[in-house]
Design a protein around this ligand. Structure first.
Ligand SMILES: Cc1cc2nc3c(=O)[nH]c(=O)nc-3n(C[C@H](O)[C@H](O)[C@H](O)COP(=O)(O)OP(=O)(O)OC[C@H]3O[C@@H](n4cnc5c(N)ncnc54)[C@H](O)[C@@H]3O)c2cc1C
Length: 398
């Protein structure tokens, strides 16, 4: 079955959908609100499940070349610098860390020329027996299928799922940044026990944690996730605010913040979506954050959107009709993504109270190192063990 899909949103999920559709001989039109294709933001990690999904539509190797191995799950520390668990030289990590723009950029490059239309904000959608049509200021287009990949505040979800609740503020907020650490002496590829402490790590404080991922080209991504009484609280000097909160934490934390340009410090609140009863209505399917935005505590949001893309394309390839394929997509994706979101929300909650933090730190410290290390190996947890359905080899597309 061949067809044409309109993908609303050209983030990681939307571009992954376009690439997966191309593999099955479909055509995709990606409508993106931002005036120029591109992705702002800081960093992210991808786990083996997402990397295998990228392989299915042919960009896994390029992604591995851009990613830096991250030992963040292996090096767990306390704010005074003590290690609860520590990675050792020779450890192999299944996590790859990226600048978000690098991962987005390589997907964008792989999408056929002319498929992505920046500066196009979808504002309307209607469907009938013949198909589905979206509208934007000054235009409209129809297709066999519309994929809402327009993020946590999805317009497609609002239009087609008016009964869905708004994203939920989780009582937490995050500062993110990317520092130039090229002169610091340790490369991103040699980070397990570097002399200056520049290593992938997670430092667990009471009420929050600080994440470090060295990424490619001498840069280091950091994120501080902590509690917040209310959403949308912003500071005149965001970098000074986060630096002040972490001034007494171990190096390289204060150093990394200091090495980040003021304007490159991003401050966002943590929200997720309550589970939707279905990801499909008629010829409209939701994908990525539009369907299942989750808190970042398992590092899975974008990875799950890449998985969605492969499963949706595989279902369209395998089933005789679009309706059956969409039903299959919904049945396969909802349980996994909603369980992941539930788990991420629960993990996040555990980092917010002093008592829960103490219990978690004690449990990690007491865990024998081999047991901890098995847990962070490539097949260490059920989320990472996921394998994608197979997509056909590339077809030439007009
Ligand atoms: C602090 C933090 C850390 C994270 N770390 C990780 C991590 O390590 N690993 C991981 O996998 N995930 C991580 N995530 C989650 C990840 O960022 C998201 O899950 C992912 O970006 C979702 O991709 P998406 O394409 O579904 O949505 P988005 O990235 O939000 O893209 C949606 C796109 O749709 C466009 N759009 C919106 N409305 C319209 C419209 N009406 N018309 C046209 N276009 C529209 C937007 O401009 C945007 O380009 C993290 C998230 C946070 C907050």
């Amino acid at each position: 079955m061949n067809g044409h899909a309109i993908v609303v949103g050209g983030g990681i999920g939307g571009l992954a959908a376009a690439l997966a559709l191309r593999r099955i001989g479909w055509r995709a039109t990606v409508l993106e609100r931002a005036p120029a294709p591109g992705e702002i933001g800081a960093g992210m990690s991808q786990s083996p499940n997402a990397m295998r999904a990228l392989d299915e539509f042919g960009v896994g190797e390029q992604a591995r070349a851009k990613g830096a191995p991250s030992y963040s799950a292996g090096n767990l520390r306390l704010p005074d610098g003590r290690y609860l668990q520590r990675a050792r030289r020779g450890d192999v990590t299944p996590l790859l860390a990226f600048h978000r723009a690098d991962l987005h950029g390589l997907l964008l490059e792989a999408v056929p020329a002319g498929w992505v239309h920046p500066g196009t904000e979808v504002t309307g959608l209607r469907q009938d027996d013949r198909g589905v049509t979206v509208t934007w200021d000054g235009g409209e287009a129809g297709a066999d299928l519309v994929i809402g990949a327009d993020g946590i505040r999805s317009a497609v979800r609002r239009m087609v799922w008016p009964d869905a609740s708004a994203p939920r503020f989780l009582g937490r907020t995050a500062w993110l940044g990317v520092a130039d650490t090229s002169g610091w002496g340790a490369s991103a590829e040699d980070v397990t026990t570097p002399p200056d402490g520049l290593s992938g790590s997670v430092t667990m404080g009471s009420g929050g944690y600080f994440l470090i991922h060295p990424i490619s080209r001498g840069r280091t991504y950091w994120a501080f996730v902590t509690t917040a009484d209310r959403p949308d609280l912003r500071y005149a000097r965001e970098k000074a605010e986060v630096a002040g909160r972490l001034a007494a934490w171990h190096q390289p934390i204060p150093g990394l913040i200091a090495a980040t340009p003021d304007e490159a410090v991003i401050h966002i609140d943590i929200r997720d979506l309550d589970p939707l009863p279905t990801y499909v209505r008629g010829r409209v399917a939701l994908l990525g954050d539009a369907a299942h935005a989750m808190s970042p505590d398992r590092g899975q949001g974008a990875g799950q959107s890449i998985e969605d893309a492969v499963v949706l394309a595989a279902a369209l390839h395998a089933e005789a009709g679009i309706d059956a394929a969409l039903a299959r997509y919904d049945t396969e994706r909802r349980p996994r993504t909603q369980a992941t979101a539930r788990g991420a929300r629960a993990d996040g909650r555990r980092t917010t109270s002093a008592a829960a933090h103490r219990a978690l730190a004690a449990m990690i410290r007491l865990m024998p190192a081999p047991v901890w290390r098995r847990g962070i190996a490539a097949d260490g947890n059920a989320t990472w063990r996921w394998r994608p359905p197979r997509l056909p080899e590339p077809t030439t597309h007009a």
